[in-house]
Structure formats: structure tokens, C-alpha cells
Design a protein around this ligand. Structure first.
Ligand SMILES: [Zn+2]
Length: 76
């Protein structure tokens, strides 16, 4: 199964939604700054996640990660 890496660290997951959940769990500057390069805002995504039903914040970020997260080989 294909796996994808967080653009900002070594975190790997087979699901973009899991990466998005990881991503919004990080509060360091590196992770937050990258969102700005994608026309996203950490605060806005958290707000979407908290104020709206259905993981809207995670899903919005997962859509971006589908384009931007590097695919990695399964370790043999
Ligand atoms: Zn990360």
C-alpha cells in the first residue's frame, strides 16, 4: 500500500486524513508556516475542525496533502 509523508517531518501514513490529523496536532512554527504557502491558516483549520461537524478542518488539509505529501516506498 502506498504511504505518504508529512511535508514537514518524518511522519508517515497510508491515509491523508491521518496525516492531516497529525499535522494539526503539531504546533511548531515549521508546520504552521508551510500552511501559509498553501494559502491555508493553522488557526482557520483548527476553527473549522472545532466549530463544524464532520472533520472539516482535517478534510480541507487532507485535500492539500493529496497533492503535496510525498509518496514513500514501503520499507522492505
Ligand atoms: Zn509533520
Amino acid at each position: 500500500m502506498a504511504k505518504y509523508r508529512c511535508p514537514m517531518c518524518r511522519k508517515i501514513s497510508s491515509r491523508h486524513l491521518d496525516l492531516a490529523r497529525h499535522y494539526l496536532g503539531q504546533t511548531d512554527k515549521k508546520h504552521k508556516e508551510w500552511l501559509k504557502t498553501q494559502d491555508l491558516s493553522y488557526a482557520k483549520l483548527i476553527k473549522m475542525q472545532v466549530k463544524e461537524f464532520g472533520n472539516k478542518g482535517y478534510e480541507a488539509l487532507a485535500e492539500v496533502l493529496k497533492r503535496e505529501a510525498p509518496e514513500v516506498e514501503d520499507p522492505k
